[in-house]
Write a protein that binds this ligand. Sequence first.
Ligand code: ZN
Ligand code: ZN
Length: 233
Amino acid sequence: MQWLYCDFHIHTTWSDGEYSPGEVVSLYGEAGFDVIAITDHVLDAESISRSGRPVSELSVMDSSEFGSYQEELWDAARIAWERYNMLLIPGVELTNNTSRYHILALDIKEYISPDLSVEEIIACIRRQQGISVACHPYIRNHSGDDPSFHLWENHERLATMFDAWEVANRDDLFNVVGLKKFNYIGNSDFHEARHLLSWKTLLQCDRNVESVKAAIRRNDRVSLFLYRGGKIK
Ligand code: ZN
Ligand code: ZN
């Protein structure tokens, strides 16, 4: 069976990314990727109010925009499939900077609030048959901060609740996650063109969303891949 080249953590102009969903599709499609997930930020209410600014000025998606966001991603997904034979999975990064967890929700159908607890978020994602991913659960070299610290602090309890953990994020490999042998994937956390050169995931499965989701959950034919540019195929 074929190995699919995947990136499940990509930001667009719907939050703090540089490219629109359409431009992201062209970039990844031309490079030869098989599966991408677009995962723009929604931010917890306390972080929004602490900023003292309206949500529209914060480079995050407003919950009221979620429907239009989903519609644009569905349109982009159709183009990705027709032009490049590439799957686009709509997702979101539930960003809670107050309680310090970032969680990817892939293939969800309805809005989920980042103000919920980690357990509630995981349950909501599961109910919608989505995939939950613990984002960058350890210290990253490029930022120095650790916005998902809560997840690692509670990793013993949360280990098997998530469908996967990001064992690699952009340039960073999280050895602590690898040592625990949790379900894993690697993602770019793409915001701008140079982030394309980064850790990615290879999955051996059929080219459809349900098979990709099953392959992440099963996590037996998965590998990390450091993309260094050029055409994959
Ligand atoms: Zn994040
Ligand atoms: Zn991100």
